[in-house]
Write a protein that binds this ligand. Structure first.
Ligand code: ADP
Length: 272
């Protein structure tokens, strides 16, 4: 019996070993490869602004006789690239924390209609300077059980893209409503350059940029939509993008209406 048990045990550990070294390790390997790619891409992205700052600073230091006015174009480049570096680091931290589940969502009852109007308002001046009109169609009241900071971050990402990729004299539309008994919907549409069909399936990938040079000159990091998707999904929602060639882009954010019920129950219990 002892011999039989030892043989059975041996066979079990051989099979378990094969399983662990083979199929069971595939997801771990994939996740490892993904992390490796993330680190390589991140290093590459960080290197560019760091190199520009380095080169420009060296050039300034080579000519101490030059006045500040004379060097102001170089200083402006340093400022722009250091801002870019700061944004990249912030975005990378958000994604790294979301990967390790350290990024917490702190929900509370939000007046989403006010949040939408406030965030939209903060873009109005910038939009006007590009001759872009912002139109809002927001149902009131619109309640969401969500993380105030993260929801604002999400709206800023989507609105910032709408503004970046819409040429002068265009229009951005922000709509918020209860779409069904189950869903609350926010749709942000623009009349911009749109997204090419071949790019659409990839826009949520980290560092993916549809039109690389356009995105880069507009200060894009290729991380915005990855963060946007994480925020929406952390709220139990989903994000969809529709774009037909040059007819502009529509970003649809859907949140479970359950959130509305929780929110109204909360406000009801607070009132009572
Ligand atoms: P980026 O920092 O490059 O804007 P995102 O992750 O926010 O990165 O978006 C990924 C890509 O999706 C962009 O590079 C761009 O090609 C495309 N994109 C996103 N939003 C829009 C939009 N409103 N109009 C056109 N293209 C867009």
């Amino acid at each position: 019996d002892i011999i039989a048990a030892l043989v059975a045990g041996g066979i079990f550990s051989i099979v378990a070993g094969m399983f662990l070294s083979g199929r069971a390790l595939i997801p771990i390997r994939r996740s490892w490869d993904k992390q490796q790619r993330f680190v390589t891409d991140a290093s590459h992205e960080l290197r560019t602004p760091a190199a520009v700052i380095h080169a420009q600073t060296e050039l300034i230091l080579q000519h101490p006789e030059h006045s500040v006015e004379h060097e102001s174009p170089r200083i402006a480049v340093i400022l722009k690239e250091s801002r870019r570096l700061g944004k990249l680091v912030d975005d990378l931290l958000t994604l790294a924390r979301s990967d390790s589940n350290q990024a917490q969502i702190h929900p509370s009852r939000l007046s989403l209609d006010s949040v939408l109007l406030e965030v939209t308002e903060s873009f109005r001046l910038l939009a006007a300077s590009k001759g872009i009109a912002i139109v809002t169609e927001i149902e009131r009241p619109l309640a969401l059980w969500g993380d105030d900071g993260r929801i604002r971050q999400l709206l800023v990402i989507v609105l910032d893209n709408a503004l970046k990729y819409t040429p002068e004299a265009g229009e951005i539309r922000v709509a918020g409503r209860y779409a069904s008994s189950y869903t609350l919907s926010i749709v942000i549409s623009d009349t911009g350059c749109g997204i090419a069909e071949e790019d659409l399936p990839h826009v949520f990938e980290r560092f993916y940029r549809g039109d690389k040079s356009r995105s880069r000159t507009q200060g894009g990091t290729g991380l915005g939509l990855s963060i946007a998707r994480w925020i929406v999904e952390a709220h139990g929602g989903s994000i969809r993008i529709h774009s037909k060639g040059t007819e502009g882009t529509q970003v649809e954010l859907l949140f479970p209406r359950k959130a509305r019920e929780i929110a109204s129950r909360e406000s009801g219990s607070r009132r009572s």
